[in-house]
Design a protein around this ligand. Structure first.
Ligand SMILES: [Zn+2]
Length: 210
């Protein structure tokens, strides 16, 4: 279970969840500026099934084009990781149901993008020991939480009282309307504060090698 990356360097990590909204400008931005991000795809969002998660903001399914969008992100160098099939509160599910959510999503993402996820992000940050066991059994090597969320307009909502970025912070965004614009504001803000954007997978691999 990981909620921040141990490092002394002024580096933070950007992660983007769900997939209800698929802003094409965002893919171009990530590709052209080579910004390292990690996407946590959730089936019902990507495939526009059911009701959008409120935490992602008011979703309109703009461009919800299923997995093609995530294949474009993959082609831009973005790892597509696991965020369940249906976005349940995993603490309310027994082990077999949790395992279906995690393994099912990994299998689907592998089929759609060609690469099996290695990271898992639990919906709402809710998990228990069964979740960790299911993650291991589905081939997921880490359960990734976050240190701050990014609101519409690129505003950072900190979980710490001094409202400062810290080395190794993991920021959580959602695929929502105007992501490209909000993302530009956020990236500028991070750079003004003297932080770089880190490659999460590279840092995790280095941490595991120690
Ligand atoms: Zn989510």
């Amino acid at each position: 279970m990981i909620s921040s990356i141990p490092t002394e360097r002024k580096v933070v990590f950007l992660t983007i969840d769900d997939g209800w909204e698929q802003d094409p400008g965002f893919v171009r931005q990530v590709r052209d500026q080579r910004i390292p991000i990690t996407a946590f795809a959730m089936r019902d969002a990507v495939e526009a099934r059911g009701t959008p998660d409120e935490s992602g903001g008011p979703a309109r399914y703009v461009g919800a084009g299923k997995w093609g969008y995530f294949r474009q992100l993959r082609d831009a160098g973005v790892p597509v990781e696991n965020h369940t099939l249906t976005h349940p509160n995993l603490r309310l599910l027994a082990y077999p149901a949790q395992r279906r959510e995690l393994c099912g999503a990994s299998k689907l993402i592998e089929r759609e993008t060609g690469t099996r996820p290695t990271l898992f992000r639990p919906p709402f940050g809710n998990y228990n020991t069964d979740t960790l066991r299911a993650a291991r059994s589905c081939g997921l090597s880490a359960v990734l939480l976050w240190t701050a969320t990014v609101q519409p307009g690129g505003k950072i909502a900190y979980q710490v009282p001094d409202k400062k970025l810290r080395p190794g912070d993991i920021l959580l965004l959602h695929f929502r309307p105007n992501l490209a614009r909000d993302f530009r504001i956020l990236v500028n803000k991070i750079k003004r504060r003297g932080f770089e954007l880190g490659d999460l997978q590279a840092y995790l691999a280095a941490a595991q090698a120690h």
